[in-house]
Design a protein around this ligand. Sequence first.
Ligand SMILES: CC(C)(COP(=O)(O)OP(=O)(O)OC[C@H]1O[C@@H](n2cnc3c(N)ncnc32)[C@H](O)[C@@H]1OP(=O)(O)O)[C@@H](O)C(=O)NCCC(=O)NCCS
Length: 178
Amino acid sequence: MIETPRLILRPWSEADREAFVHIVSDPEVGEWLGGARTRDQAIADFDRMRAFWDAHGHGQFAIERKADGVLVGRVGCRRQPPEWNHPMMGEVEIGWMLAREAWGNGYATEAAGAVLDWGFQALATPEISWTSTSNHRSEAIMRRIGMQRASERDFDHPDLAQGDRLRPHVVYVARRPG
Ligand SMILES: CC(C)(COP(=O)(O)OP(=O)(O)OC[C@H]1O[C@@H](n2cnc3c(N)ncnc32)[C@H](O)[C@@H]1OP(=O)(O)O)[C@@H](O)C(=O)NCCC(=O)NCCS
């Protein structure tokens, strides 16, 4: 568990399932993640996220707001599986997502900064990267937590078709301090 001034980053429990489905069913949240999830897709995502923790001992934390105990999103680090068909395979990637109603409060930046510190220690990695389709809200978080653009590593996602607006990916990187 990780504590920040306004948030608790904690493991998932069964009680989070419906709140998670609500968050990822929102079209604005899904805009940069391949679209809003149907209920069945959201439930499968929830199960996959928890199974990843069980299998690998790291992954996405639930973000709980201290003030009212509400689940406001997720944030975490994940070492991309070596067998994955992806230019970032084997790398440790950071990622985040907030419920639409929680945007605009700095929660993602607060959570991501804490997870970056945690990731360097827990995963003993010299580098943490972020990659996704370019989007200004996420890129602003990266600048705020000190990640650097690594444009020479940009790539097209191999699983997405030519012309898909989510295909071009940008890369940002943070190096372990010291
Ligand atoms: C990406 C995402 C998490 C960004 O959310 P966000 O609310 O913009 O990010 P933050 O929580 O860091 O909040 C930053 C905003 O809160 C404002 N803010 C308000 N109070 C603040 C405070 N106390 N501290 C810091 N910032 C504060 C900032 O000024 C900034 O506002 P701006 O958008 O007008 O510049 C959100 O848009 C999202 O979940 N998108 C869908 C999923 C996604 O795209 N994930 C990334 C793909 S991996």
